[in-house]
Design a protein around this ligand. Structure first.
Ligand code: VG1
Ligand code: CO
Length: 542
């Protein structure tokens, strides 16, 4: 019934910022998926007889990998697997299922906002029993194991039926196909005032939610249209497609430009939002105003007490290092802790588990709270709606009042995608070598106060993560940050983050790129990004 299959290692199974991501043809190499999943299981202890959650964002190859994972779970001794119907679980929903059913862990199959399809991206991530991404200690063990693996275990059994809700058996292991949406929708009802949001919508408030042909389609339909009474048509692109309709399911101003244009038009709705491939990111646009993810984090934190789930207030706020400092001033005013972590949700888990932070966020459209251990796109949308329902003001008014109270952080990210890896690494090395000499220097009229390579000292488990991004700080609190992406699948992606703080409300109406023009020039001079990459402009500006 169980087979032990001999295999040889692949040398490229190092999990990145969020799991292992590769092109589908790489995952389709014989034994590639099996080697990685076995390396995960071999790096864990004590799961015999326990429950494993399996689900993904529905992209191409999802269904095949679900079958492989179920058979390997049985052969490795798990007692039960919970699988989202059709192999579908959004990333936050998977996190919730792991927590709710006290599973040992979960395999989340997704390459998030990256395109899907036979020649596009796929990904596998392991989440631990708190529902969050495995910490570096585990991902490093998985990579080490993948380099020496010589066998994997798999059940010799027929495929399970992943489309019918209910219980089955596979080689003596219990298999349960669960509704992908209901547990998550129930959790949302415990956090937010659905009556208030329903009343807001009934009063004529209009919204649009764009699932970008990805996993949040069924979640949006159920929660926004069925439970909250938003009219049919509020949710668009809500049927998850294996190739996301050929688009990037990345909710930013480039790939969700139609939504942006609609919200900027005179007849557009009051509120627009979108989510990514696996449902953990959010894009928030009010009528006539785009809210940057860093600002959204700050505004949500400042107003969270208006939603029932957070009425007792926040314990603390955490943000990734490249995320703007807007939330820091909210934490200061609320007199609560503020934590700065490296990029990637895995670093928030300890702070959330320890009750040190309640709300976390990243500049890359990720916000979430202690309700799960992943960022959560629809959660951010619902918290915004709850706040709008209570304050009875527009997004525009709330944002302007926020800036007037706290000041505004102008913020942008410039991505240089698919850059030659050698050129990107030597750029980072050259900049790193210059760091000790930078403080006190003036570039483009701006004086550098500090320059370093960010290292994170986890206050809970005391682990240290080094080389998490280069920061150059200027007089007055402006800053540039440069790091290499850990989620791309071809070449290297350089991310340049630029931020300026502006206290004066008379200067809160500037266009972002012009408000940051001198810093953008300084960044180019310091990093030599244009000459070293041979690019005259970024691939994506958000
Ligand atoms: C990117 C983002 C990071 C996010 C990660 C996973 O990582 O910058 O903030 O946590 O994607 O998000 P990187 O290493 O490419 O910068 V998702 O929605 O792709 O799971
Ligand atoms: Co995602």
């Amino acid at each position: 019934m169980f087979k032990t299959i001999a295999t040889t290692p692949f040398d490229d199974q190092k999990p990145g910022t969020s799991g292992l991501r590769k092109k589908v043809p790489e995952f389709q190499q014989p034994n590639y998926v099996e080697n990685f999943i076995q390396s995960v299981f071999d790096s864990l202890d004590g799961f015999k007889g326990k429950t494993l959650v399996i689900g993904g964002d529905g992209r191409y190859y999802n269904r095949d990998v679900v079958q492989i994972a179920v058979k390997m779970a049985a052969a490795n001794g798990f007692g039960r697997v919970l699988v989202g119907q059709g192999g579908i679980l959004s990333t936050p929903a998977a996190s919730n299922v792991i927590r709710k059913y006290k599973a040992f862990g979960g395999l989340v199959l997704s390459a998030s906002h990256n395109p899907g399809g036979p020649t596009e991206d796929f990904g596998i991530k392991y989440n631990i029993s708190n529902g969050g991404p495995a910490p570096e200690k585990i991902t490093e063990a998985v990579f080490a194991r993948s380099k020496v693996i010589d066998r994997y275990l798999i059940a010799d059994a027929a495929d399970i039926d992943i489309d019918t809700i209910g219980k089955q058996q596979l080689a003596g292991m219990d298999v349960e196909i669960i509704d992908s949406v209901s547990d998550y929708a129930e959790l949302m009802e415990t956090l937010f005032d659905f009556d208030a949001i329903r009343a807001l919508i009934k009063s004529g408030f209009t919204l649009r939610f764009d699932s970008m042909h990805a996993v949040t389609g069924p979640y949006g339909k159920e929660i926004l249209e069925h439970r909250l009474g938003a009219p049919d048509g509020t949710c668009v692109n809500f049927v998850p497609l294996e190739d996301f309709g050929g688009h990037h399911p990345d909710p930013n101003l480039v790939y969700a430009k139609d939504l942006y244009d609609l919200l900027m038009s005179p007849d557009g709705p009051d509120f627009g939002a979108a989510s990514d491939g696996d449902g953990d990111r959010n894009l928030i646009i009010g009528k006539g105003i785009y809210v940057t993810p860093s600002d959204s984090l700050a505004m949500l934190a400042a107003n969270a007490h208006l939603a029932p789930g957070y009425k007792a207030g926040l314990k603390g706020i955490a943000r990734s290092m490249p995320t703007s400092g807007a939330a820091d001033r909210v934490a200061e005013k609320l007199k609560i802790g503020m934590y700065e972590t490296p990029t990637g949700w895995k670093f928030f888990g300890n702070l959330l588990d320890a009750g040190m932070a309640t709300i976390c966020g990243e500049e890359s459209s990720g916000t979430g709270s202690n309700h799960v251990r992943e960022k959560d796109g629809l959660w951010a949308v619902l918290l915004w709606l709850n706040i709008l329902a209570v304050r009875k003001e527009s997004v525009q008014q709330i944002a302007r009042e926020h800036w007037a109270d706290y000041g505004r952080n102008y913020y942008t990210r410039h991505d240089y995608e698919e850059v030659d890896s050698g050129a990107a690494n030597s750029l980072i090395d050259a900049l790193r070598a210059k760091l000790p000499t930078l403080a006190g220097k003036t570039v483009q009229g701006l004086t550098i106060t500090k320059a370093d390579d960010f290292a994170y000292h986890d206050p809970v488990d005391k682990s240290v993560s080094e080389h998490q991004g280069i920061r150059i700080l200027f007089n007055g609190g402006s800053r540039i940050v440069l790091r290499l992406s850990g989620t791309g699948t071809s070449g290297a992606t350089l991310r340049l983050y630029i931020e300026r703080y502006e206290a004066d409300p008379k200067r809160h109406d500037l266009e972002t790129q012009s408000a940051l023009a001198d810093l953008i020039r300084a960044a180019d001079e310091l990093t030599e990004i244009k000459t070293r990459t041979g690019r005259d402009k970024p691939s994506v500006i958000t």
